[in-house]
Design a protein around this ligand. Structure first.
Ligand code: GDP
Ligand code: MG
Length: 162
């Protein structure tokens, strides 16, 4: 069984951009997995001598002002089905209340998780992302999914957890 890597996080943090970045980097094979949730994308990624399946989780819909039971359910489903969680946050905005909720759920799962501080488009912006260390994750990487910054570093972190 291939290792399953799920990209999770609140809306607009750049999950799909990161997913597309993974796909663009290596020629990924499309897996049209029947029976999986609508809006879910699974791709096989090759990195160095290892392979994994990356899943872009569906976007939340409806009222996004409160962290709902529905959001919790969707998150838990994605987390349950994954071996490694990439928890994406928005480094430009800083910690959002939902980030703390998501962090809590991920911690409860006891799964391997990497905190991905996205939208760090330049080295100078990295200090902005330091506040995310307070979410309590051991593995943290500062990336720009848009610019492709530190994607190799992230892939290496995934690789070392497979
Ligand atoms: P999702 O809702 O988490 O899947 O987020 P999307 O991938 O759809 O991206 C949401 C917005 O954030 C889009 O306008 C992206 O262009 C933007 N975005 C994604 N990654 C980056 C990044 O690394 N830097 C910046 N500045 N914007 C980004
Ligand atoms: Mg998306």
């Amino acid at each position: 069984m291939l290792t399953k890597v799920a990209i999770v996080g609140r809306p607009n943090v750049g999950k799909s951009t990161l997913f597309n970045r993974f796909i663009g980097r290596k020629k990924a094979i499309i897996h049209d997995t029947p029976g999986t949730t609508r809006d879910r994308n699974d791709y096989e990624v090759n990195w160095k001598d290892k392979k994994f399946i990356v899943t872009d989780t569906a976007g939340w819909s409806g009222d996004e002002s409160v962290f709902s039971k529905d959001m919790e359910r969707q998150l838990n489903l994605a987390v349950e089905q994954a071996d490694i969680i990439l928890f994406v946050v928005d480094g430009k905005i800083g910690i959002h209340p939902f980030d703390a909720e998501i962090a809590k759920q991920i911690r409860q799962s006891k799964k391997t998780a990497i905190l991905v501080v996205n939208k760090i488009d330049t080295q100078a912006e990295e200090t902005k992302g330091y506040e995310f260390y307070s979410l309590g994750f051991d593995e943290v990487v500062f990336i720009s999914a848009n610019h492709g910054r530190s994607i190799n570093e992230l892939l290496d972190k995934v690789w070392s957890n497979i």
